[in-house]
Design a protein around this ligand. Structure first.
Ligand code: NAD
Length: 238
């Protein structure tokens, strides 16, 4: 039987690369996104299943799992990819804006994992897309850093809880990845990476496929940092 994967935020950027990689590897792909136009385009191009869901809206997520035929069948892999950043500096940040980032980046992963695990049959793989911003910081992205830090903790906690079901839970923390929103990265940005380039969405997609492998059951609770060595770079003070 074909392996089935569910991917959140799959219409563009890293999510789109993950969708394409699993499709090319022969998985049956279902992906959700709030962007109807981009989602439908990719669905049509690849002949896979897309549903419009705002993952920050609990009711929409519940409806997706309870009312969509494709979501009721067992999945072998879940990739919690969706993620948004924060627009305002900390002192201007409203409670609602902070809450929205957490709902989108963290609570959605909890909801999707609960539903998918209940549908997993004989084991499975959960992959959470975190960020190097959970490990190192810049000013002005506190809610994002908090959400991704919590996602990493959730990852190793769930690895323990779901081990009896033969489900592994791992995270991937990308460094700067050249997606639509990051196209304006400067040469200086590239040079922050010892690899001398920023990442490509495909760098993350390849690692997802690796962690999704059904034989890869001894990697559990890990955070795979994919940043061209950026977080390992020694900084010298002038
Ligand atoms: P992106 O903004 O290019 O794409 C995100 C996708 O998620 C879009 O298709 C968008 O429509 C969708 N989305 C946003 N909010 C949604 C919602 N509420 N419901 C449903 N869909 C929603 O993002 P990206 O750069 O590809 O990032 C993907 C993941 O990788 C995120 O979790 C992000 O935090 C993480 N990440 C990205 C980078 C990077 O440099 N691009 C670095 C570290 C981590």
């Amino acid at each position: 039987m074909k392996q089935r994967v569910l991917i959140t935020g799959g219409a563009k950027g890293i999510g789109e690369a993950i969708v394409r990689a699993f499709h090319e590897a022969g998985y049956a792909v279902v992906f959700v996104d709030c962007d109807l136009d981009k989602g439908r385009l990719l669905e049509k191009e690849l002949g896979i299943v897309f549903k419009q869901v705002d993952v920050s809206d609990r009711q929409q997520v519940e409806d997706f799992f309870n009312q969509t035929d494709e979501a009721k069948q067992p999945f072998t892999v879940l990739v919690n990819n969706v993620g948004i950043t924060q627009a305002e500096p900390f002192l201007d940040l409203t409670y609602e804006a902070f809450d929205h980032v957490l709902k989108t980046n963290l609570y959605s992963a909890i909801l999707f994992t609960q539903h998918v695990v209940k549908r997993m049959d004989k084991g499975g793989r959960i992959i959470n897309i975190a960020s190097t911003r959970a490990l190192m910081s810049e000013a002005g992205n506190e809610s994002y850093a908090a959400s991704k830090g919590a996602l990493l903790s959730l990852t190793h906690a769930l690895a323990m809880s779901l081990q009896p079901y033969h489900i592994t839970v791992n995270a991937i923390s990308p460094g700067w990845i050249e997606t639509g929103d990051y196209h304006a990265l400067s040469d200086e940005d590239h040079l922050q990476h010892p690899a001398n380039r920023v990442g490509k969405p495909e760098d993350i997609a390849r690692a997802c496929l690796f962690l999704a492998d059904k034989d890869q059951d001894f990697i559990n609770g890990e955070n795979v940092v994919i940043d061209g060595g950026m977080t390992k770079k020694m900084m010298y003070l002038e």
